[in-house]
Design a protein around this ligand. Sequence first.
Ligand SMILES: [Ca+2]
Ligand SMILES: [Ca+2]
Length: 76
Amino acid sequence: MKRLFIALAALAFTGAAVAQGASFADIDADQSGDLTYAEVTAIAPEVTMEAFSAADADRNGSLSEAEFAVLAGSGG
Ligand SMILES: [Ca+2]
Ligand SMILES: [Ca+2]
């Protein structure tokens, strides 16, 4: 349950950055196909490591486009 709340908080934060026009490709500064914490916070500095980790479903330390979609709430 606690993780859900963290994810929802992250959603609200990152949603603001996305509303400003930042897409996955914009955030992926090195075009690696995934987003590191540094890349995410370059666009959305309010995203905490805790929120980032909550979105990182496979725990590989970066966000795939699908993982980022969860963080950004683009399904809504
Ligand atoms: Ca990248
Ligand atoms: Ca990941």
